[in-house]
Ligand binder design. Structure first.
Ligand SMILES: C[S@@+](CC[C@H](N)C(=O)[O-])C[C@H]1O[C@@H](n2cnc3c(N)ncnc32)[C@H](O)[C@@H]1O
Length: 321
C-alpha cells in the first residue's frame, strides 16, 4: 500500500488529487542553493533538513542530476510521503528520520562529509495543520497533541494541564507574542481544575471566550497555539542546533538557506548570520530576507509570512571530525 493510500484510509478528508503541502519560495530556494552554479554540473551532497512532503527535494533532484541528497524529517508520516514522491531518484537520495538536534550524528553515521548546500524550511507543513488528528488546528477539533515527532513524550495537553500559571503565561508571551498571556494563563488554570484539557476545540473555545470574540482576521487562539507548538517541539533549541550543524558541515562556498515563518525565528537566523559574518565565517547574500511574490501569496496563503535568508560559508574552523 502506498503512503497516499494509507493516508486516504486514515483520513476521510484527505484528497489524493490535492498536494499534501505546497512548497514555499521554491524557485528562490533553488536559485539560492545553486549560488550561481550550473545545476547541470553541480556535484556533492545537499541536505534537506525539513523534507516534509518532499517538494523542495524533488526540485533539486530533478534539476541537478549529479547531486546527492540527504532528506531528513522528524515526522515519520512526512517521510513516508516524501519516500514515495522521491522514488524516481532513489539512487541519489537517503531519507532518514531525525531531529535537527540529531542531524550532526546522522551526517557522521552516513559518512557523508562536507556539504554543498543545506535547506531548512522551518515549522509545520500543511500535513500537520490540515489533519485534525495531529492536534495542531484550532479550526477543527482534535486531540491536544501538536507533536511533529510522535515519539516525543510531552504533548500540548501535558503543558496546558500541568505547567504553573506563571510559566504558561511566560510561554505564551515569549513564544507566541501573546500580549494577553496572563489573562489566558489564568483562565486555563481555573478551567483545568474542573476538567483537564484534552481536545483542541476546548482550549480554542476557552481562549475565544476569555478574549471575547473571534470575529477578527485571526482566531484569538492563534498565538497560544503557536506558543504551545513551539514548546512541544522545542523549536527554539532545534533551530540553534540546525544552524550550528550546517555551519560545521558546509564546505567552503557551501550555501545555507533558511525559511522561517515567525518573527522570532527570523531574528535568530539573522543574528546567527550577522555574527558569523563579523568573524568571517559567513558571507550574506542580502541584508533583507527574501519574501514571496504577490503571485505566490495569492495562490498559497502560507507563503505570506515566509522569510528566506541565505548565506555562503567562507571558511572552516577545522577538519572533518
Ligand atoms: C514546512 S515543512 C517542509 C516542507 C517541505 N520543504 C516541502 O517542500 O514539502 C517542515 C517540515 O520540517 C519538519 N521539521 C520541523 N522541525 C524539525 C526538526 N527540528 N527536526 C526535523 N524535522 C523538523 C516537520 O516535520 C515538517 O515536515
Amino acid at each position: 500500500m502506498s503512503a497516499m493510500e494509507a493516508r486516504s484510509m486514515q483520513d476521510e478528508t484527505f484528497n489524493p488529487a490535492e498536494p499534501v503541502h505546497v512548497s514555499v519560495l521554491p524557485e528562490e530556494c533553488f536559485d539560492a542553493l545553486m549560488a550561481g552554479r550550473d545545476p547541470a554540473s553541480v556535484e556533492g551532497w545537499f541536505v534537506d533538513g525539513t523534507t516534509g512532503a518532499g517538494g523542495h527535494s524533488e526540485l533539486l533532484l530533478q534539476r541537478c542530476p549529479k547531486i546527492q541528497l540527504l532528506c531528513v524529517d522528524q515526522d515519520p508520516e512526512a517521510l513516508k510521503i516524501a519516500t514515495e514522491r522521491l522514488k524516481p531518484y532513489a539512487d541519489r537520495v537517503r531519507l532518514r528520520r531525525s531531529r535537527h538536534s540529531e542531524l550532526c550524528r546522522v551526517i557522521r553515521k552516513e559518512r557523508i562529509g562536507r556539504l554543498s548546500g543545506v535547506l531548512f524550511d522551518l515549522g509545520v507543513c500543511s500535513l500537520h495543520l490540515d489533519r485534525a488528528t495531529r492536534g495542531f488546528s484550532f479550526a477543527e477539533d482534535g486531540p491536544l497533541d501538536m507533536r511533529m515527532d510522535p515519539s516525543r513524550e510531552r504533548n500540548a495537553a501535558d503543558i496546558v494541564n500541568h505547567w504553573d500559571e506563571s510559566d504558561l503565561a511566560d510561554l505564551l508571551y515569549y513564544e507566541g507574542d501573546e500580549t494577553h498571556s496572563r489573562k489566558i494563563a489564568k483562565a486555563i488554570v481555573e478551567a483545568r481544575r474542573r476538567a483537564p484539557f484534552m481536545r483542541t476545540s476546548g482550549l480554542a473555545e476557552l481562549i475565544a471566550r476569555t478574549l471575547g470574540g473571534g470575529g477578527g482576521k485571526i482566531h484569538p487562539a492563534t498565538k497560544t497555539f503557536q506558543a504551545l507548538r513551539r514548546a512541544v517541539n522545542e523549536e527554539g533549541d532545534e533551530l540553534g542546533m540546525a544552524l550550528e550543524t550546517a555551519e560545521h558541515w558546509l564546505d567552503d562556498s557551501g550555501v545555507l538557506a533558511v525559511i522561517s515563518f515567525h518573527s522570532g525565528e527570523d531574528r535568530v537566523v539573522k543574528r546567527f548570520f550577522q555574527n558569523g559574518r563579523k568573524e568571517d565565517r559567513w558571507e550574506l547574500k542580502s541584508k533583507k530576507p527574501i519574501s514571496a511574490s504577490h503571485a505566490e501569496t495569492r495562490s498559497n496563503r502560507r507563503a505570506r509570512s515566509a522569510r528566506l535568508r541565505v548565506a555562503r560559508r567562507t571558511r572552516h574552523r577545522g577538519g572533518v571530525q
